[in-house]
Design a binder for this molecule. Structure first.
Ligand code: FES
Length: 170
């Protein structure tokens, strides 16, 4: 076994030391911008959050009424306040029903009794889609699935709505 010693010159030692310190400082400088660039993407979304729909439970009747509210939305670096809409009423069991107004055919907006020919139904003006009061699509009209239903909860007598849950295939 050879007993050759690897000699490191003073100049090499200085170079290695400066490279190490320089690399450490460069890494430190890069961490902050990289974290700022990635952080919004990694943040949890507000999915599952409920927003105040702006209506008291006492004001909800058996007649569907349109309710509009806005939510705070953060999408990566972009913040917005999109508006949301629901058709809200109490069913025969006094349970609150909150339906999405988005037609399941091609996404137009439905209205309660939107056509005089079809009382007690939701009507979509785009292609004549129709739904029963509970949001069930009426056979023979374009939509092939019921209206989505909002998640809901009541706090201090006020209705809060969450995500609209699709009932396709239900
Ligand atoms: S989008 Fe509603 S019927 Fe076509």
């Amino acid at each position: 076994m050879s007993k050759e010693k690897q000699q490191v010159s003073r100049r090499q030692f200085l170079n290695y030391s400066l490279m190490g310190v320089g690399g450490f400082m460069a890494a430190g400088l890069l961490v902050s911008p990289i974290r700022m660039a990635i952080d919004p993407v990694l943040k949890k979304t507000a999915a599952g959050d409920y927003a105040n729909a702006g209506i008291s439970v006492d004001d909800i009747t058996t007649e569907p009424q349109r309710v509009d509210w806005t939510i705070e939305q953060v999408d990566g670096w972009y913040q917005s306040k999109p508006s949301k809409t629901a058709w809200v009423y109490k069913d025969d069991n006094d349970e609150i029903v909150a339906l999405s107004p988005i037609c399941t055919h091609l996404g137009c907006v439905v209205s309660w009794e939107g056509n005089d020919q079809y009382p007690d139904q939701f009507f979509c003006p785009c292609h004549g889609g129709r739904y029963e009061k509970d949001g069930t699509n009426i056979p023979g009209t374009p939509p092939l699935a019921p209206l989505a239903v909002y998640e809901q909860k009541v706090e201090n007598g006020i209705l809060f709505l969450g995500n609209a849950i699709s009932r396709k295939g239900a």
